[in-house]
Unconditional design. Structure first.
Length: 348
């Protein structure tokens, strides 16, 4: 590639390669219709009721089609909460990417309390409370409390990462590359989805497998790989929104005084190192006894998240046509102003 003609999209297409199958859930379009008609224009209409353009942008993101690549074999009923979670991640990211980090802890606490069943929607003071309450009820149809608790811990990790991002953004300072990879491992919000493979397959693995160092490392690597891909994909968007302080490409560029192209290629090198480790671990899993086939299958599903994300996200206008909700406009609609008390944003 010539520097003059450097294209992040071309780099993603040609250089980020995954030797994994790419499947798609046959219920994608059916759930996309539910997402658009029953959720965006229905249950959660109040969020953007007077702004059809923002609702249109969320519809064009095709969240059910993203989920369909990650959970290709889930039944319609089991696929539904996964699609609700996918929409929640976008709403939550866009709602709070301009917030004060101190406000995020309140959102964090309320969200976890609702997911744990400790706080009812009527008592909650966050816009997405009802969405999380519905998610909790749907997930409990398919997984036991222990699995739900692990999922909730991963949502908590996401909020911790989000708060850390906002601290760097507020202070306009860059972390080190290593610090950025660690915080993005949490804020990319892939960990919660990886736990929901149990919803898809119906196989509930014992906690000692989830806590095994190799399984934990594979999940961390999956988060890294999606992040490395995402950073190249969203770098132009992040430059526009001021989110450069926690984009790994921009952090590399700042730390090493590289061009954007050089930083993207360094991001690719780090990606390929982690992909090599993921493949090595996948090929030589420890002996998990009677659970061996189930663990092999889970790691297989994990790998399809990587190929699936590339397959669907390189086609999304949210990233490739700079077609994302206007942050200032979005905050205005929700009366979320800089320095305002997030407690004032009520569920309607």
């Amino acid at each position: 590639m010539n520097t003059e003609n450097f294209s992040t999209l071309e780099l993603l297409y040609k250089q980020f390669r995954y030797p994994f199958p790419t499947l798609k859930n046959p219920y994608a379009e059916q759930l996309q219709e539910i997402t658009e008609n029953q959720w965006i224009d229905g249950e959660y209409l109040w969020l953007y009721e007077k702004n059809p353009e923002i609702r249109k942008k969320y519809k064009k993101t095709k969240t059910a089609h993203i989920a369909a690549q990650w959970f290709p074999t889930a039944s319609f009923e089991r696929f539904k909460p996964i699609c609700r979670l996918m929409l929640w991640t976008l709403y939550n990211d866009d709602l709070y990417e301009e917030s004060d980090p101190d406000d995020i802890q309140y959102i964090h606490n309320q969200s976890i309390a609702i997911l744990n069943g400790e706080l009812g929607v009527s008592e909650s003071e966050i816009p997405l409370g009802a969405m999380l309450a519905s998610l909790r009820q749907e997930l409990l149809q398919f997984i036991p409390q222990e699995s739900l608790s692990r999922f909730i811990r991963m949502i908590s990790r996401y909020f911790t990462g989000l708060k850390t991002e906002l601290e760097y953004k507020k202070n306009k300072i860059y972390p080190s590359v290593a610090e950025c990879i660690a915080l993005r491992e949490n804020s990319i919000c892939l960990y919660p989805f990886l736990q929901l493979t149990e919803v898809e397959t119906g196989v509930i693995l014992p906690s000692e497998i989830h806590e095994h160092p190799v399984i934990c490392r594979l999940q961390a690597l999956a988060c890294h790989l999606v992040t490395f891909f995402n950073e190249v994909q969203s770098v132009l968007k992040d430059e526009v929104t001021g989110s450069i302080y926690y984009n790994i490409v921009k952090v590399i560029q700042n730390e090493r005084q590289m061009s954007l192209k050089e930083a993207c290629l360094e991001d690719l090198r780090l990606h390929n190192e982690d992909l090599k480790e993921f493949l090595a671990l996948q090929a030589s899993l420890p002996d998990f006894g009677i659970w061996q086939d189930a663990v092999v299958n889970w790691v297989h599903y994990m790998s399809m998240v990587l190929s699936g994300w590339k397959n669907v996200s390189t086609k999304l206008e949210r990233y490739n046509a700079m077609d994302f909700p206007d942050v200032a406009e979005l905050r205005k609609k929700l009366n979320i102003k800089t320095g305002s008390n997030i407690n004032d944003v009520k569920e309607k």
